[in-house]
Design a protein around this ligand. Structure first.
Ligand SMILES: [Zn+2]
Length: 206
């Protein structure tokens, strides 16, 4: 399939703006981050109970050795920062592959982002880019969580929990695209803000 089937440079006639999702908006950004926090806590506690219920202490390095514990925490912190970058690069890789267009990356107070600001992408392109980091890193963190044991396993659980919570914006857009916004659709993604356009009734038969 040609790249040009995945996006368009100009908004075709008949499309109208139906929804704006702006993570840079203070209220919406705060709400998203509250959801992210809640999901991270739920997934973290749930996974912890699932795996370490029998022996809670085995989830952590020897608490008598402060260096081991701090090393564990530091390792997780470094991995989280690396993850944040890789998450956005994964969105970017898919956008780039499907459109070949210029990308934009950045960090705001409420979110890190990647967008493809100069074009309107199809529903399929939007979904593939939105779901790529969620899929890739869920597998990358869950497999070692289940296969490994002890503090290594729990470290991957912490990463998965933050990843899951951190995907809340991507998942919100995904739900809109899959269940809420019907009809022929184009999405513009400037990074922190996504705008959704639907072809108006009467011009919908094409
Ligand atoms: Zn994302």
């Amino acid at each position: 399939m040609a790249k040009s089937d995945n996006f368009t440079r100009e908004l075709p006639a008949g499309y109208r703006l139906v929804k704006t999702v702006d993570a840079g908006d203070k209220r919406f950004g705060l709400l998203m981050n509250l959801w992210a926090f809640l999901l991270t806590a739920l997934v973290g506690v749930g996974g912890f109970l699932l795996k370490f219920r029998g022996d809670l202490g085995s989830a952590f390095p020897d608490l008598g050795n402060i260096w081991l514990f701090e090393g564990w925490l530091f390792g997780i912190l470094v991995a989280l920062i690396l993850y944040l970058v890789l998450h956005e690069l994964t969105h970017g890789a898919v956008y780039r592959l499907l459109t070949g267009e210029k990308l934009t990356f950045g960090v705001k107070l409420t979110c890190a982002y990647c967008g493809v600001p100069n074009v309107y992408v199809t529903r399929k392109t939007a979904l593939l880019s939105l779901l790529a980091p969620f899929t890739v890193f869920s597998a990358a963190f869950l497999v070692p969580f289940f296969l490994l044991s002890g503090p290594l396993s729990s470290a991957f659980l912490v990463l998965f929990a933050f990843h899951f919570g951190g995907c809340v914006g991507d998942l919100y857009d995904t739900i809109l695209l899959l269940f809420r916004l019907k009809g022929k659709l184009l999405m513009r993604d400037t990074g922190p803000m996504q705008t959704f356009y639907i072809l108006s009734d009467g011009e919908n038969d094409g």
